[in-house]
Write a protein that binds this ligand. Structure first.
Ligand SMILES: Cc1cc2nc3c(=O)[nH]c(=O)nc-3n(C[C@H](O)[C@H](O)[C@H](O)COP(=O)(O)O)c2cc1C
Length: 474
């Protein structure tokens, strides 16, 4: 007998159905309407609490009621999947989806296939459980049986599926699911160019383990952890103070020094820095114009010149100069614009071609543009969507081709530099802007068709004409 894969509700979710078959889910005192699934569904809800074999969900009487309900619940992040031992039905492994579109599927494996663990896979203690994760995976695996953990650890050396199946390895029923999640992958033993080189596509090789993990776990879209300002330590630890307590000892006051310098008046840049504020509400009646947008982009992000040079005795490399500084002159950041209202420019999604100083429409549907803009609105807790949301994406390989270990950190620092450049230019031009700390990397990948590890969002900036001037006035 083989282990059985079941779908079941997360323990913290409750379901109710009315006589007409309308189902609602309760999660942390919030009710969520799930939809209509036919009269009689109420009697079947308990099955989802206990767990229903996946195969049974898509067949027979379940194909119209319970099956579609389970899939809808999974899209809302309310379902987990358990691989249960034959006989006693004990949980061997529990699969927690990390993306809304995850549904367990086993990759086809032949006996002759050779499998090895991904260099991005890792096991760690979470609470009192052992979890197996990877930033490439659309699901996390909770390992309930230490023998399975040991069998997976042994896959750091390539092994044949035949051998894994013959040894009765605890991991064997899981292999197809792990391969589907890119936690293990097939290798060609005849190929000896190195496991790093043969995993994934030619862009994945650039990524260090910690960088890809940091990227996937510090953005939205590819993880199911609580994200954002949820005050996770409230009640356990006091907030660190706004200003660092002073070091003991004699202080050297600096006020007298500034006066002695003869510069008591504010410098123009100092004035601009003090005028700068975050603007979250925009003037719907007088949107930003395309001429203003063009000027803003030209003065902040346009390529000013291009040359190929040998830097530090390294290989010849093509460099550009732009108005803001960039680590190693990499200039890996690309600007994508989700436009709601801009006088002279149609609503849509555009790439800013910084070399040609031009906008290229990407032909993205209105629903996707709305999803991007409402994501920005939500992150700013704003009354309406911004006139423009500038998505700052990175061509990751441009930095990691050169820099080992610190590539992703450099990219985020570049985002900070560009963000302040945007803030200051918006202030100077009488426009308003606001940095946005979150971004959905999976949504961007779906919209552009570019895999998340090749080019993807690392920052966002809302831009438009402020609904009041000066924007910070109350
Ligand atoms: C990296 C970064 C991320 C930010 N993310 C958000 C955000 O997601 N939502 C938001 O409303 N403001 C965001 N802000 C704006 C800050 O809340 C704002 O800068 C801060 O409150 C100081 O106010 P001021 O910019 O008006 O001086 C962000 C700012 C920075 C620099």
């Amino acid at each position: 007998m083989r282990p059985v894969l079941c779908a079941r509700l997360y323990p913290h979710v409750a379901l109710e159905a009315d006589a007409a078959g309308q189902v609602a889910a309760r999660l942390n005192d919030h009710w969520l309407s799930i939809g209509g699934f036919g009269a009689g569904i109420a009697e079947r809800l308990h099955d989802l609490r206990v767990g229903v074999p996946l195969a049974a969900l898509t067949s027979g009487r379940n194909s119209k009621g319970l099956g579609p309900l389970a899939m809808r619940l999974a899209r809302h992040g309310l379902m987990e999947f358990a691989l249960k031992a034959p006989g006693d039905g004990e949980d061997l492994v529990i699969i927690e989806p990390q993306t809304a579109d995850y549904w367990p599927a086993a990759a086809a494996l032949e006996d002759a296939d050779i499998l090895v663990l991904s260099r991005f896979a890792y096991m760690r203690r979470r609470g009192s459980e052992m979890v197996l994760e990877s930033p490439r995976a659309r699901a996390l695996f909770r390992l309930c049986d230490p023998q399975i953990a040991a069998a997976i650890a042994a896959l750091s050396t390539p092994r044949s599926v035949r051998r894994l199946r013959r040894d009765g390895s605890g991991a064997s029923p899981l292999l197809g699911l792990l391969a589907d999640c890119q936690i293990v992958f097939k290798v060609d033993v005849a190929n000896d160019i190195g496991l790093r080189q043969v995993e994934g596509d030619e862009s994945l090789v650039f990524w260090d383990f910690h960088d890809l993990l940091f990227h996937a776990r510090s953005t939205e879209g590819r993880q199911a952890n609580p994200l954002g300002g949820v005050y996770p330590h409230l009640g356990f630890a006091a907030a660190p103070p706004a200003v660092r307590p002073a070091w003991p000892g004699k202080k050297i006051g600096l006020r007298a020094g500034a006066a002695a310098d003869g510069h008591e008046e504010l410098l123009p840049l100092a004035k601009l820095l003090r005028e700068r504020v975050s603007t979250r509400a925009f003037d719907a009646a007088a949107p930003i114009t395309i001429a203003e947008l063009a000027r803003f982009l030209e003065n902040t992000a346009r390529v000013l010149s291009k040359e190929t040079v040998d830097s530090d005795g390294g290989p010849a490399f093509e460099y550009t100069a732009r108005p803001y500084p960039s680590a190693g002159a990499s200039y890996e950041l690309e600007l994508y614009l989700a436009v709601d209202k801009c006088d002279g420019l149609a609503r849509g999604f555009y790439h800013y071609d910084a070399g040609q100083h031009a906008l290229v429409p990407l032909g993205v549907g209105t629903a996707e543009v709305r999803a991007l803009l409402t994501g920005s609105q939500f992150a700013m807790d704003a009354p309406a969507v911004p006139q423009i949301s500038i998505i700052i994406a990175a061509r990751f390989g441009r930095v990691s081709w050169k820099y080992s270990a610190l590539a992703y950190a450099l990219i985020l620092k570049d985002v900070g530099v560009l963000t302040q450049t945007f803030y200051l230019m918006a202030t100077q031009m009488g426009l308003g802007g606001c940095a946005i700390g979150t971004v959905d990397i999976d949504l961007f990948a779906k919209i552009t068709g570019i895999e998340f590890h090749i080019e993807g969002p690392v920052g966002q900036f809302a831009l438009g004409r402020p609904s009041q001037w000066p924007p910070g006035a109350t």
